[in-house]
Structures are given as C-alpha cells and as structure tokens.
Design a protein around this ligand. Sequence first.
Ligand SMILES: *Cc1c(COP(=O)(O)O)cnc(C)c1O
Length: 355
Amino acid sequence: MKKHNFSAGPCILPSSVLKQASNAVINFDNLDLSLLEISHRSSSFVSVMEHAKELALEHLGLQNKGYKALFLQGGASMEFLMVAYNFLENKAGYTNTGTWSDKAIKEAKLFGDVVELASSKHANFNYIPKDYTVPSGLDFFHCTSNNTIFGTQMNEFPQTDCPLICDMSSDIFSRKLDFEKFDLIYAGAQKNMGPAGTTLVVVKEDVLGQVSRKIPSMLDYKVHISKDSMFNTPAVFPVYVSMLTLSWLKEQGGISAIEILNNQKAELLYTEIDRNPLFKGFVANKEDRSKMNATFSLLDDSHTDVFDGLWQQAGINGLNGHRSVGGYRASMYNALSIESVKVLVDAMQNLENKV
Ligand SMILES: *Cc1c(COP(=O)(O)O)cnc(C)c1O
C-alpha cells in the first residue's frame, strides 16, 4: 500500500497522474515512442505545452487578461534572480518571511537597492508581519505567499502602485485569491503541481520591458514569451506531469473545490495540535498558520522515539521538520487525502494513550 506522504517537496502527486505519466514514458500518445525520446517540437508535445499553459491560466482565472504562462527551468531559485534582472532598475521592496524570501532578497541585492519593508527573521519567522505599507515609486514589491519551512501563510496582500510579484511555490492552486492583483507569480513545480525540473511563471505582459540593462536571452521573460516556453528544450517530463496534475485538478472541480478539502485537512490537524496536551504548534498567531505546511513539535522531547515509531508504523512518510525549525512538519498539498490526515491524528492520539 502506498504511504501517507506528507513530504514538503518534492511532494505527493495524485496516483492517477503517476499512472498516466508512467504509461507516457513507455508509449506516449499512441506514437509507439516514449515521451522522453520525441522532439519537443512535435505536434504531440507542443499541444501538451499549450494545454498546460491554458490550464494554469484557467485555474487562476487569468485567461484573456493580458497574462502569459511560462514553463521555465532553474527552479523557483532561478526566479529570485530573474525577477530582479527583469524588474530592478533602482529600488525594490521585499518582505522577509522565511528562508526562501531571505534567499530572494540576497539575489535581488546583486542588481539594485532592496528595502526590507518587514521581517520576522528575529523571531525565527514564526509569524507574518502585517504592520507595514508599500511606499510609492518602487520598481516592484516581492513577497512569499506561503513559507514552506516555517508553516506560515499570507492571507492579505498589500496595496501597491508598483508591480506585485509573489513566490507561490508552495501554495499555488491550493486556494482562491484575487490573482489579478498580481503582476508576476512564480512557483517551482515540485510543491503542488508536478515533478522538480520546471517552474511556472505567470506574468502580465505589459509590466515587462521597463529596465534599461541588457538581459541575457535565457533570463529574459520576453524571450521566453516570444518562443512559447520553447526558446531552448523545455523540461518535457515535468511539464507533461504538471499538465496532468492541472487536468486532475480541473476534474476535482478546480481551486474552489480543492480549497474546501484543504481547509478541512488543516482544520482536522490543527484542532488536534491544539487539543492534544503533548503537542504544540510552531506558529505564533493562529491566523498565520499555513494550510499547506503545518509545523509542530512535542512539548517533551523524551516522547520522540515513541511518536516516531507510531507514525512510521502507520505508514506515514516525510513528517520530520526542517532542520531550522525542528519538530514535525505535515505538508498537506492538494493530492493528500483527508484519510492520510486522519491517520496522522490517530498516531498523535495513540501517543497520548500510551504515555
Ligand atoms: C521550495 C521553495 C523554493 C525553492 O524552489 P527550487 O525549485 O528548489 O528552487 C522557493 N520558494 C518557496 C516558497 C519554496 O517552497
């Protein structure tokens, strides 16, 4: 039986998607060829790429609104520098809400002035700062919607008179937002969409082309738009699997339907974390708790071995917290069923009954 996979990333994918993907590796589109050995310019693959882009825009409600979807390489980490390369002329504003924001800021500083408008670094990123405003006249404002490592999530996004850019790697397609508010959204595939190796970028075309520096072709969003994400050989397998996951999401009823399930899963687990006297949550304010990554720990470390034995015997995988937080992290991405969360809650209750 498949494990209950709470891995933070690369993460769980729907089993129907994994089956279709493995079939395509052997015989894709009845071509009697593998997906991995055909030209990315073949009509079969071009239609995969087009369909993946269409589905991404459709899920976000951004079709026919001046946005383009791109499937790029280099991970979300490449976007840390591409964003700055394409947008930073003088000064940009960032909020520092976790390890990934911190890394994005570090890269942006190579290209211009960066103001940290708010930071929760002093508290090991255990909350989302809200007492700041974005000044006018910045080249762009950058934030991270969900902090995968610390388990915090933004619910409000500030008003800006500059492009609003967001790293949504670990909560894209998990909840409804007013996506039109954003000018550029990026997400590494491996948190909620597909295998590692491709990054989705959704960008409003008219915000591009404002910087004076020369941009190398591979780092230029306009080049990738003009070549339909085929400037160079795209990551065919990750794009294909992402397309399958986005189709699966559509069959589930799209973001609004999956959000209801995601809320139920998060509610179930956080209720147990709060109720069970042996556990405590990591995040300071309940309103900042991530519905994708729940971080928690035992109050008494001496229960660690027993608890680890219990969840491992229950068939759970990927529950250890990131080394910078410790404890446990349960990642509840779209493809994780509520039954898996129930198994985890049972393991927590079994511990309580044992000690
Ligand atoms: C994982 C992650 C990244 C880094 O993604 P890579 O694809 O490994 O570069 C960036 N931002 C967030 C929010 C993440 O969760």
